[in-house]
Design a binder for this molecule. Structure first.
Ligand code: DC
Length: 347
């Protein structure tokens, strides 16, 4: 017999006791199954968790699973800049007669990103395009987290350029070309912090600012400018070079990732899209008017679909997914199914 170490990691969907317990149980069960472990084989179990996990500790989940006589520890992991969020890592020492090469380390959910070399599935590039408010970003973010992909929100980059205009009194909605002389001055940085994308303009974190309605309208305006597009498209292509990305926008399947293994055109009716935005604003306690939101959706559709440079359109080889009658979970499930099929075609 020898002492060997098994490694594993996963991510929790939310910082709640139930989510942390569920993720931990799934991880430990799979480590036990894949390595045919009995409780007696385990010498100790050591967890580290990222500092954004505060609700409960995974060790308690292991006790609840009935593993009561293996010593356990929980510690906080040091923060890693751009590291994965809500991540649970585990190291289990075991007594075994297996050679080191037979030990199965397990990486699940968002943590698959940590060890793509161990991941059993082929990682593809996924392009999701569609009109404003179709739910692209919330669905794509969740799918990426579930399946170990990196989510890249390209709309956030156009919004950041729009916010530059707003901050500097450049009336881009009246004339988008006014932004052109400033392009060299616009320093956009995309960072991944605790697993989510944060946008910086110069040194300033504008992640929340870009979500406001004026930023959306300014983004749609600057997105008509060829020089803005060529700069952002180059950044986006650079960010996706290693594959394993889900990127959403308007021109991803047609221009940014023309060779993506899976292209999805995600849409919903104007009313449904305005309604979703309405509910979002109301939940955040922001005042809004449904009719005005419908007008905004129509105006952005018109602008995004009719601009001369890289207008929004469904790529010839994209799958159309209309989510007007689907809820969030159904949309997530439909896309995850498409990705699994595309991955197996690739494998
Ligand atoms: O997806 P979003 O609402 O965050 O995008 C904001 C605006 O940016 C949208 O109205 C059009 C533009 N955009 C674009 O032209 N191309 C992209 N790839 C992403 C967004």
């Amino acid at each position: 017999m020898a002492i060997r170490a098994v490694r594993g990691a996963t991510t929790a969907d939310t910082n709640t006791k139930e989510a942390i317990f569920a993720a931990t149980e799934e991880l430990i069960k799979e480590i036990i199954r894949a390595n045919s472990l009995a409780d007696d084989d385990m010498i100790d179990i050591m967890f580290t968790v990222t500092s954004d996990i505060t609700a409960a500790f995974p060790a308690a989940a292991v006790r609840r699973m009935g593993i009561t006589d293996v010593p356990l520890t929980d510690t906080a992991a040091p923060d890693i800049d751009g590291g994965l969020g809500m991540c649970i890592r585990v190291l289990i020492h075991i007594d075994t007669d297996k050679p080191r090469s037979d030990i199965k380390h397990i990486y699940q959910k968002g943590a698959k990103n940590l060890r793509p070399d161990l991941s059993s599935h082929a990682r593809i590039s996924v392009a999701i395009d569609g009109p404003a408010g179709a739910g692209k970003s919330s669905v794509a973010k969740r799918v990426a987290q579930d399946m170990g992909y990196i989510y890249i929100d390209t709309g956030a980059m156009y919004r950041t350029v729009g916010v530059y205009g707003l901050k500097n009194g450049i009336d881009v909605t009246a004339d988008p070309q006014l932004i052109v002389p400033f392009l060299d001055d616009i320093k956009i940085t995309v960072n991944y912090e605790n697993g989510s994308q944060r946008m910086y303009l110069g040194g300033e974190d504008v992640t929340d600012r870009i979500r406001e309605n004026d930023a959306a309208m300014a983004a749609s305006a600057v997105a008509t400018v060829a020089q803005v597009r060529s700069r952002l498209v180059a950044m986006q292509q650079d960010m996706s070079r290693r594959g394993g990305v889900i990127m959403d926008g308007r021109d991803i399947g047609t221009v940014v990732l023309p060779h993506a293994e899976l292209k999805i055109y995600l849409t919903a009716s104007v009313h449904e899209r305005a309604m979703r935005r309405y509910k979002e604003y109301i939940e955040k306690g922001m005042e809004c008017d449904l009719k005005a939101l419908e007008q905004d959706v129509l105006q952005r559709d018109h602008q995004d679909m009719n601009r001369a440079v890289n207008p929004l359109r469904q790529a010839d080889d994209a799958v159309l997914l209309d989510t007007s009658d689907m809820d969030f979970e159904q949309s997530v499930a439909a896309i995850e199914d498409m990705i699994r099929k595309a991955e197996s075609g690739r494998a």
